[in-house]
Design a protein. Structure first.
Length: 102
C-alpha cells in the first residue's frame, strides 16, 4: 500500500505499520494520547480510498472510529487534537460525537 506523504510530514506522526492487509498510522496529541488512522479491508470507507480514525485508549484498544475520512479531514482532526484552530465545525462535531469510551 502506498504511504500518505502528508501524514509522514506531520510533526505529530509517530509511526506506521501494516495492519489487516492495509496500513495504520499513529499520531500524538497535545494531551499525550495517541490517534490511530487506518485503511484496510474492514475499515469504514476503505473500498473508496477513505480512512478511519480513532483515539487509542490507555489500554491500547481504540475508541469508536470515525470513518470515511479524506487525508485533509484526518489532518484537520490531528491539528484539532493538537490545539490548532480549525474551521470545519461539522467535522469536529462528528469527531467529538465518536469518542465512545475513552
Amino acid at each position: 500500500m502506498k504511504l500518505e506523504v502528508a501524514f509522514l510530514e506531520r510533526d505529530e506522526y509517530i509511526e506506521h505499520k501494516h495492519l489487516h492487509d492495509g496500513i495504520q498510522y499513529i499520531f500524538s496529541t497535545g494531551t499525550g494520547r495517541k490517534l490511530s488512522v487506518v485503511r484496510h479491508w474492514v475499515s469504514y470507507g476503505s473500498d473508496k480510498g477513505y480512512y478511519e480514525m480513532a483515539r487509542v485508549k490507555a489500554n491500547g484498544h481504540v475508541s469508536e472510529p470515525l470513518g470515511y475520512l479524506t487525508v485533509d479531514e484526518v489532518l484537520t482532526i490531528v491539528g484539532y487534537e493538537n490545539g490548532e484552530d480549525v474551521n470545519d465545525i461539522e467535522l469536529i462535531k462528528s469527531w467529538k460525537d465518536s469518542k465512545g469510551d475513552e
